[in-house]
Design a protein around this ligand. Structure first.
Ligand code: HEM
Ligand code: NAG
Ligand code: NAG
Length: 345
């Protein structure tokens, strides 16, 4: 139910002319006004800002459109930001807090340091929302709205998004280091870390499809090129031409920050090409490749299914994003609505 089917011609119109969304009254996209249902048991619901800030999504989308036009990678970075927020003490904007006397910032964790980006765009959205609706829209909801908006603006699916998250008064640097899977994970490790968040194998495979956009640093896939199993040999599952291309970008020593697309065939378009590439031995990270070859559970079948049926992938991605977005939210009088996403009130 979370995946709203629209004719593909409408998808194209929205993709090419995102400002047309302003033609829908209210919160930017008409289907967002759909009332108080859709949040499951999370306590969140799509109409949360219907009266207090009906233009919230419209404001988010207008900042996103400009930011992504200027830097197409920004869509990917914002999608990932929501993931790295939700996997650490829930979707509570803990990832946005800077270092301070009370806070050890998650921005310095292994998975985040020199990697995670998009904070300036979130700041800009927050500033505009504080002007329009002071002290109303949480930073955690801004992250969720930005992840959905980035997906839509990249050509991916849309979904009805439960809202009403509050922002945390804490962060967890250690949680950020232990809960976010490393790129050289086994499939069993991926399944375990997702299960810890209440997410199953279908969620794992569909959400990994987020790697249909964006890039990764050489340091995150170097092991595969030069020493995958401690025997100084490359990962045998890497397709040969792709492997040689990657070595040119990512030398054995140095070049750690050189970038390679996660989906080189269509790096800025949200589609199911990622799964086709994984099938062909052209997935970039070990964590992408083991979904096919890890031989645990049903992840291989799911990769094949999403590679052949984009609608199926889009539908599951939408459902899984709602599920991920519902991880342990703070609601009601728990937490606060930060005035500045980088610090506590
Ligand atoms: C399944 C476990 C996952 C692992 C091991 C993983 C790992 C990684 C790594 C290592 C990078 C490159 C970071 C860098 O080099 O700085 C990356 C990028 C990215 N990840 Fe994941 N990821 C996972 C799941 C997800 C999920 C669930 C999403 C979102 C739904 C996601 C979205 C992205 C995006 C969009 C990028 C590109 C970011 C950019 O270009 O700024 N990933 N991921
Ligand atoms: C994060 O990256 C910076 C810049 O490369 C580095 O100096 C710093 O030691 C890193 N911090 C941690 C905690 O690893
Ligand atoms: C994954 O990479 C880390 C950091 O480079 C390394 O310590 C660890 O041994 C690797 N794990 C596997 C399974 O290769």
């Amino acid at each position: 139910m979370a995946f709203l089917k629209v004719s593909s011609s409408l998808m194209v119109v929205v993709f090419l002319f995102p400002t047309l969304s302003l033609a829908f009254p209210g919160s930017g996209f008409g289907w967002d006004n759909g009332g108080y249902f859709g949040g499951g048991h999370s306590g969140l619901f799509p109409g949360f800002y219907q009266f207090s800030c009906p233009q919230a999504n419209e404001i988010v989308m207008s900042v996103l459109e400009k930011a992504i036009a200027k830097d197409p990678r920004m869509a990917a970075s914002l999608l990932r930001l929501h993931f790295h927020d939700c996997f650490v003490q829930g979707c509570d904007a803990s990832i946005l807090l800077d270092d301070s006397a009370k806070i050890a910032s998650e921005k310095r964790s292994g998975p985040n340091n020199n990697s995670i980006r998009g904070f300036e765009v979130i700041d800009e959205i927050k500033a505009k929302l504080e002007q329009a609706c002071p002290h109303t829209v949480s930073c955690a909801d801004i992250l969720a709205l930005s992840a959905r908006g980035s997906t839509i603006l990249s050509g991916g699916p849309m979904w009805e998004l439960p809202l009403g998250r509050k922002d945390s008064r804490t962060a967890s640097l250690s949680g950020s280091n232990s809960n976010i899977p490393p790129p050289n994970s086994t499939v069993q490790n991926l399944i375990t870390l997702f299960k810890r968040q209440g997410l199953d194998e279908a969620d794992l495979v569909a959400l990994s499809g987020g790697h249909t956009i964006g890039v990764a640093r050489c340091v995150t896939f170097k092991q595969r090129l030069y020493n995958q199993n401690g025997n100084n040999q490359p990962d045998a599952t890497l397709e040969k031409t792709y492997y040689h291309g990657l070595k040119a970008v990512c030398p054995k020593t140095g070049g750690d920050n050189n970038l390679s697309p996660l989906d080189f065939a269509s790096p800025a378009k949200f589609d199911n090409t990622y799964f086709k590439l994984v099938l062909w031995g052209k997935g970039l990270l070990t964590s992408d490749e083991v979904l096919l070859t890890g031989n645990v559970g049903k992840t291989m079948e799911l990769v094949k299914a999403y590679a052949t049926d984009e609608e199926l992938f889009f539908g599951q991605f939408a459902k899984s994003m709602v599920k991920m977005g519902n991880i342990s939210p703070l609601t009601g009088s728990n937490g606060e609505v930060r005035k500045n996403c980088r610090r506590l009130n």
